[in-house]
Design a protein around this ligand. Structure first.
Ligand code: SF4
Length: 613
């Protein structure tokens, strides 16, 4: 807490690694709020998931018991716009599209037309009761929406927005701060200048990847088919001389397939500079200026479509517009900050991949202070550098509050999932399966097998047949409901086995307290795949910090492992054994000092549980 207080007093930033059970939320929220109330600042607590957001509200209620403070949670229209219940055609709308539809409907309502009935309800009603209840109860977003339903069926999104100016703290998803357009609106609703904002970033180990994704775009063959279809629906206008939009889309589609054929190795490839521009120029037999004019024409046609749809109350979406914007970005983006990739597979695409998360996160330096929290953030300097925080940022690593003896981490010799070894040594996988079988046979406790990838998981899935235990699988593309149902069933057992992946939703976001999980087996080290994307990232960090391997391979690998192992201990009384089936663990000894090379894994686990039982 003192570090946070110091940072707040000095307009500084704090990066803190602190394990589960250390009370990260309250330890950051309480001093930030105390400071904000005293110095007329506001706090924005950013979370990745709805459950983290709920946790912030629960902690806020505890603060409120001692000192009155008002705060609210905020979620996008996708979750809180009541009109989406009546208009399924709007449900797939992006934040920007829904914002436009909503803006038009509100204007129509204000002009006396048939706009949005939930907004009309809000205008018609006295909302003092909603405000009074919110100030008193500090509802979660879901509770606030229920309240709005009971109090005259008013729009929860707008009712919430109207109260933000009175809040001292708002908790919202990352996008509310890191998307410039949404941030401007939020600061306006909160009535605060960015320099008076204290930002807390929860689960900060996600931030760099999130920030890169926010600034990365792609153009796929399927998206081009939709653009061509859209063009035909409006009479297929000409773009350049005799070339129509659908023909241009068809050409782009063929070009992407050809580039993929030439440059993709395994899953992706780097596109040489000016390759796309040169091919387009050659196709239209024009200059680079002609290409720019052509793409500009495409933007205009797309914009007209969006406006027409908007006037009809539809989502203002145009595939032609999206295609043209992508091409403009592709031609204009700073090559040193982005990798231009081609991705193979059934639906090949071009991608502008943002290498520098600070393009998005630099804005943190405009705040009064920022506080970054996670259970697995080491190496902290890498995090600080990656997201562009200043050198004087306080980086602190707090010890786990749980007794050290509650967990053992073991790894054996002579075992590895190294790609070359697996290809050469055909006994390696059977040997690993043998070890896993021994563990599952000897210790009838809830166990998760964590794999570096779904493809490796598939190679080991036959283990489930001989265990005589209930086995569950995390699967690619599972909906959240399906995943939670699977996890629920796994937790009900006392000797169930789960097959999951490191870096997946189970390893990163689900708690397994008490005996819900007692053994975690990491089947290999989750090194990033040596794709073109990964190589570009490594080169970028080598040039920028001289630490390509440390920042883009080692750090994310350790975080993924520690997230998985971290599932074992969620409460002080929990005990658990982690087994890492890969001798390359020795490279990470300094990062995971408690990991121990073991010549007899079974006896050591036996001894550990005999003491604990
Ligand atoms: S006013 Fe509310 S309910 Fe109506 S469209 Fe906007 S967000 Fe949806």
């Amino acid at each position: 807490m003192e570090h946070i207080q110091d940072a707040l007093a000095n307009k500084g930033h704090v990066v803190a690694e602190s394990g589960t059970g250390s009370g990260k939320t309250i330890c950051s929220l309480a001093p930030a709020l105390e400071f904000a109330l005293r110095k007329k600042k506001k706090v924005l607590y950013l979370t990745r998931t709805n459950s983290q957001q709920k946790q912030v509200i629960i902690e806020l209620r505890k603060v409120n018991e001692k000192k009155k403070v008002f705060g609210l949670g905020l979620q996008g229209r996708q979750n809180t716009c009541r009109l989406l219940e009546d208009r399924p055609d709007l449900r797939s709308g992006s934040a920007e599209e829904l914002s436009k539809v909503c803006g038009d409907l509100k204007k129509l309502t204000l002009d006396g037309g048939k706009g949005c009935k939930y907004y009309a309800n809000l205008l018609d009603r006295e909302t003092a009761r909603i405000r009074k209840h919110a100030v008193k109860a500090l509802p979660t977003v879901e509770e606030f929406a229920d309240l709005c339903g009971k109090e005259g069926n008013v729009c929860p999104y707008e009712a919430n927005k109207a109260l933000l100016r009175e809040t001292a703290v708002v908790t919202a998803p990352y996008v509310y701060f890191f998307s410039p357009m949404i941030r401007r609106s939020l600061l306006d609703w909160m009535g605060v200048h960015i320099s008076d904002l204290v930002v807390i970033v929860d689960e900060a180990h996600n931030l760099a990847d999130y920030a890169r994704e926010l600034k990365s775009w792609d153009l796929s063959v399927r998206a081009l088919e939709l653009a061509a279809l859209e063009a035909r629906e409006i009479g297929d206008p000409k773009l350049h001389e005799d070339m129509h939009i659908s023909e241009f889309c068809h050409m782009l589609s063929g070009m992407i397939k050809a580039i993929a054929g030439e440059y993709v190795i395994d899953e992706d490839g780097l596109v040489p500079p000016k390759e796309v521009e040169t091919r387009v120029m050659s196709y239209i037999t024009g200059t680079s200026r002609d290409v720019k004019v052509l793409v500009g024409n495409m933007v205009t046609h797309g914009d007209i479509i969006r406006e027409r749809k908007r006037k009809r109350g539809k989502l203002p979406r145009s595939h032609i517009f999206k295609t043209a914007l992508f091409l403009q970005d592709w031609m204009m983006l700073e090559e040193s900050e982005y990798a231009k990739l081609v991705i193979g597979g059934d639906n090949p695409c071009l991608e502008t991949y943002c290498l520098n998360p600070a393009v998005t996160t630099d804005v943190l330096n405009e705040c009064h202070s920022s506080i970054h929290l996670s259970g697995t953030l080491a190496p902290l300097i890498e995090y600080r550098d990656s997201i562009g925080l200043p050198e004087e940022t306080m980086c602190i690593s707090l010890p786990s509050p749980f007794p050290k003896e509650n967990r053992i981490i073991l790894y054996p010799e002579g075992i590895t999932t190294r790609y070359e070894t697996l290809a050469r040594d055909k006994d390696m996988v059977p040997r690993m399966k043998g070890i896993i079988n021994d563990v599952l046979t000897r210790f009838r406790r809830n166990t998760i097998l964590f794999f570096p990838s779904f493809s490796l998981l598939a190679q080991f899935s036959d283990i489930s047949e001989g265990t005589g235990r209930d086995c569950y699988f995390e699967e690619q593309g599972m909906t959240q409901e399906e995943l939670m149902a699977t996890v629920h069933d796994f937790k009900l057992g006392d000797c169930s086995v789960m097959f999951a992946v490191m870096g997946g939703r189970i390893s990163e976001g689900i708690d397994f307290p008490d005996r819900e999980l007692e053994i975690a087996v990491l089947v290999g080290i989750p090194f990033p795949k040596p794709t073109a994307r990964q190589r570009s990232l490594l080169n970028y960090y080598d040039v920028k910090f001289g630490k390509g391997w440390e920042y883009t391979v080692k750090a994310p690998t350790v975080r993924k492992m520690m997230q998985s192992i971290g599932r074992l201990l969620r409460r002080e009384s929990d005990r658990g054994a982690a087994l890492i089936l890969d001798q390359r663990m020795v490279q990470f000894k300094a990062d995971v000092p408690e990991a121990k090379l073991s010549a007899d894994i079974l006896s050591e686990i036996d001894g550990f549980f005999n003491i604990s039982d």
